[in-house]
Write a protein that binds this ligand. Structure first.
Ligand code: ADP
Ligand code: 5GP
Length: 206
């Protein structure tokens, strides 16, 4: 296809794109991302570092790098994190290598971060396009039901997550896309449509 394009034109998907998925806890970010990864070999997940304890169904190196406070301090000191934040008393951060190296390899990287992280990744000046997607459940009631049904949080932690969720929703205007996760297959298809469209975006180079 390249040989028929006019000079100074390319499509965005020729190079790596970072797709950042944010949204309140319980929106379904992990569920949507895991479906996306299983369907598209060009997508890779940016595995974050965290000091939060591992949940029973989570794997070190697949879902997160579960680190001690000292190990996390070391990553910060060595400048290895693109961004990091504190959420509910635990630290979460994006290792530079997870994102930059893979974008350079021409892969598309999917990140699961909260809103400050999304903002920081866009501001980081990666030299690659960053697409911000905000995922919401169909209603507040459904959000509460989902976090509770996951069964990973105490009632106190759940209330704190919902308080953070209220604040996160106020950041929707900073995002490029809003996706409702009512039924999971539909939500996955919506995010896939965004990914396909962004890959086909025409870039006019100087
Ligand atoms: P997040 O990563 O945004 O915190 P999860 O992917 O862990 O959210 O989803 C929270 C809970 O809601 C999980 O128990 C998950 O199985 C469930 N869930 C996710 N998407 C849907 C959906 N479309 N309909 C019903 N339950 C869902
Ligand atoms: P959880 O404990 O539910 O896995 O994640 C809590 C919050 O931390 C979620 O909003 C998730 O998106 C966010 N998060 C996970 N990894 C990172 C990261 O590397 N950086 C930032 N800023 N947030 C993250």
């Amino acid at each position: 296809m390249k040989d028929l394009l006019p000079k100074g034109v390319r499509v965005q998907g020729e190079r790596g794109i970072a797709f950042v998925i944010a949204g309140p806890s319980g929106a379904g970010k992990s569920s949507v991302i895991s479906a996306l990864l299983s369907r598209d070999p060009r997508l890779v997940f940016s595995v974050s570092a965290t000091t939060r304890p591992r949940r029973p169904d989570e794997l070190h190196g697949r879902d997160y790098y579960f680190l001690s406070e000292e190990e996390f301090d070391r990553l910060i000191a060595q400048g290895e994190l693109l961004e990091w934040t504190t959420y509910q008393g635990y630290r979460y951060g994006t290792p530079k290598a997870e994102v930059v190296d893979r974008l350079k390899d021409g892969l598309d990287v999917v990140l699961n971060v909260e809103v400050h992280g999304a903002r920081a990744i866009r501001a980081a000046g990666l030299g690659f396009p960053v697409v911000l997607i905000f995922l919401v459940p169909p209603s507040w009631e459904e959000l509460v039901r989902r976090v509770r049904s996951r069964g990973t949080e105490s009632e106190e932690a759940l209330a704190e997550r919902l308080r953070i969720a209220r604040a996160e929703i106020q950041c929707i205007p900073e995002f490029d896309y809003l996706v409702v996760n009512d039924a999971l297959p539909e939500a996955v298809a919506r995010v896939e449509a965004i990914i396909q469209a962004e890959r086909m975006r025409i870039i006019r180079c100087a």
